[in-house]
Design a protein. Structure first.
Length: 382
């Protein structure tokens, strides 16, 4: 089918589901700590900053790398296959990225090197707008070349007539990052500063860095979360690139980056939101939409982890649902309260298992890239 995806809820026909094959570790370096700072430094979990970047620890492990236990990866891959089966049972054609080769352990540029990760949260580094693929500038160094593992998928859509654009790639030296959000945010919990940026001969100042998951797609309208100068520069690029085709509405600091565990559009006129306060950040035209606020998640909805397991997301990650149609939603089967709430609002809920979402930084919306939906460039905010 031809690439066509304008919103978050129209009947889903084709989607890419991410891969976790050969996921071995996270690397604690500046871009990783900055991206996940709300949870690895501002929650009930506390992880001291790892020192001596590039050094070697016990067992030959690079000192910045935090290994992931293989059983978690195996169970994640089982859950991903369950998600694929659930989508196919609903009539969705599922595409997959190329698997990360086991020998590909590091990504390196002239300015830095980092441990590489597989293409799991594929919502992040790509934005689908109508008939266009836009590869976005990465925010985490380890994901710098991640979209290359989607090249087969993108090339086939391009052959069928899709547009294919790549936003400018940042150099990503320490000086490239706007640290103001991390330095000024007031979330509770122990705080470990993001500090000690190192000088580099490749410094050019702040650069555009931006994830597709910072966008809420509503036909011709795009709600974009902007929390740093990095985001703002990327939003400037999007406004110029999309002029005349899409309207961009900036919301400021709704979250540190991604919008899709704060607010999701389930169908025209209905939003799933973390709290009523989310409305205060949204454009006026969206504040009249119905807002579903589910009960807060309970501790019993998550596996218990060991002290050396790195928690990357808030307990609200399960709001990260995937709409298959305006009345059908994929939801984590560990969330009975959320399921009941959606059913009370006349949604058909498809429960799917996803155990380790807090370890791998994503839910069903994060793990998918919807490439073909039936909807078009409708006017929802007029």
């Amino acid at each position: 089918m031809h690439l066509n995806s304008f919103d978050e809820w129209s009947p889903l026909k084709e989607a890419v589901v991410g891969s976790a094959l050969n996921y071995t570790s996270h690397e604690r370096e500046l871009s990783f700590d900055l991206f996940f700072h709300d949870n690895i430094t501002r929650s009930e979990w506390y992880y001291p900053r790892l020192s001596v970047p590039g050094g070697t620890g016990s067992g030959g492990q690079k000192s910045g790398r935090v290994p992931i236990k293989q059983r978690y990866v195996d169970e994640l891959n089982e859950d991903l296959e369950g998600m694929v089966q659930a989508l196919e049972a609903l009539g969705v054609k599922v595409l997959r990225p190329m698997a990360l080769a086991p020998e590909s352990t590091e990504v390196r540029t002239p300015a830095w090197s980092a441990a590489v990760v597989p293409p799991l949260n594929i919502r992040d580094n790509t934005l689908i707008l109508g008939d266009e693929i836009i590869e976005t500038p990465p925010m985490i160094r380890s994901r710098y070349f991640e979209t290359q593992l989607l090249t087969k998928v993108f090339a086939e859509y391009f052959r069928q007539g899709a547009r294919w654009s790549v936003m400018p790639r940042p150099l990503m030296t320490d000086a490239s990052f706007d640290l103001s959000y991390a330095e000024s945010a007031t979330a509770g919990g122990p705080m470990e500063p993001i500090k000690d940026p190192q000088l580099s001969p490749y410094d050019v100042g702040f650069e555009m860095m931006f994830d597709g998951a910072q966008c809420l797609r509503l036909g011709r309208d795009l709600i974009v979360n902007v929390s740093t100068d990095n985001h703002a520069l990327a939003c400037d690029w999007l406004e110029r690139h999309l002029e005349g085709r899409f309207r961009i509405h900036r919301v400021h600091r709704l979250s540190d980056s991604h919008i899709d565990s704060m607010v999701l559009a389930l169908r025209p006129g209905t939003l799933l939101v973390r709290s009523k306060e989310v409305a205060d950040f949204l454009p006026e035209a969206l504040r009249s939409w119905d807002m579903i606020v589910p009960p807060a998640p309970g501790e019993n909805q998550f596996p218990r982890y060991e002290d050396d397991d790195l928690i990357l997301t808030s307990p609200f990650i399960d709001l990260n649902v995937l709409s298959v149609s305006p009345d059908t939603v994929l939801v984590n089967d560990a969330c009975p309260e959320l399921i009941r709430t959606l059913e009370q609002h006349k949604f058909t809920v498809v429960p799917v298992r996803h155990r380790h979402r807090r370890l791998f930084g994503g839910g069903f919306h994060c793990f998918t890239l919807d490439t073909v939906r039936e909807g078009g460039p409708e006017e929802y905010l007029r």
